[in-house]
Design a protein around this ligand. Structure first.
Ligand code: SAM
Length: 284
């Protein structure tokens, strides 16, 4: 008799290698994946780096599982950054993007996370890194996205720009390169909210989080509001101290996380329980 692999429950984080854990998740189970895997070769001593030349080979089987568990209209956000090897940027992230496309993923968008609190630094041939990629992949061209959920205050530019409108500002100005896009600046008069750009200006917050590479909460918060509805399921297969899970819980989504380091996993569990208690008290 064939034994079925047990299925994992949601609203739980597991001290488990995601390569094992993902096999226990049903097809089409999650709406959104937000994750930051170990970058190539980095932090070898704390959580095992993968050599840049082997990164694609290591990641592809995991990506195949992620594709299987993602709903057809779901989104996968991959936070990653190239490292410098021998004085130049290693192209493993670019190679990974091309390999994922060959596996059937659509590379839909690229968001830049600008770490706005980076302190100054200089090396002989480069300056401080203060941004990372957040790559968006989808299974299909039609995916769930709530753009209104992430609107931002119009900002000071509007006061200046919209004070005196030209004739062109009052007309629809179609793209001159034939993209089909166009703009009518006058449409923004009287509005208080605008859509953001694809650059996220967010400070890092690793100080008292117990993990040297934890997400700032605002990062998963933005993607979860944009790409999922309340009640949807959010997965982080490399969850560290569980930032994605914590924010998913706060926003009323279900969550699932995997982490190989027992201490990080214990920290995530403790924080999730503490915040669930506080949320329940606030709602009572
Ligand atoms: C960049 S950190 C993620 C930090 C996380 N975003 C947070 O906010 O805490 C990557 C994590 O993946 C974990 N990890 C590495 N290999 C793993 C694997 N095969 N399965 C699950 N977790 C893994 C590491 O221990 C590390 O904590």
């Amino acid at each position: 008799m064939r034994m079925e692999a047990p299925v994992l429950v949601f609203n739980e984080v597991y001290h488990m290698d995601c390569r094992v854990g993902l096999e226990k998740v049903r097809d089409d189970a999650v709406q959104l994946i937000v994750t930051s895997p170990p970058y190539a070769d980095s932090r070898k001593r704390s959580y095992g780096g993968v050599a840049p030349d082997q990164y694609v080979e290591w990641f592809l089987p995991i990506a195949a599982q992620l594709r299987r568990v993602l709903r057809p209209d779901g989104t996968f956000i991959l936070n990653i950054k190239e490292k410098v090897v021998g004085g130049e940027r290693h192209p493993y992230v670019l190679e990974l993007i091309l390999a994922l496309r060959r596996e059937g993923w659509l590379w839909t968008e690229e968001f830049i996370w600008h770490k706005k609190n980076s302190f100054p630094g200089k090396w002989p041939n480069r300056f401080r890194d203060s941004w990372e990629r957040c790559l968006q992949f989808n299974r299909r061209r039609e995916f769930y996205m709530d753009q209104d959920a992430v609107r931002v205050p119009m900002g000071d530019w509007a006061r200046q720009r919209l004070r005196r409108l030209s004739t062109t500002d009052r007309l629809r100005d179609n793209s001159h390169v034939g993209s089909g896009f166009g703009k009518r600046v006058a449409n923004w008069v009287g509005r208080t909210l605008a859509y953001p750009t694809n650059v996220l200006h967010l400070a890092t917050e690793t100080g008292n989080r117990g993990h040297s590479a934890a997400f700032p909460r605002a990062l998963p918060n933005w993607f979860i509001r944009l790409f999922s509805r309340p009640g949807d399921r959010v997965l982080d297969p490399f969850m560290g101290v569980g930032t994605t899970a914590l924010v998913a819980q706060e926003l009323g989504r279900e969550f699932l996380g995997f982490e190989t380091d027992g201490e990080y996993c214990a920290l995530a569990k403790a924080q999730l329980a503490q915040e669930a208690h506080a949320l329940a008290r606030r709602r009572a």
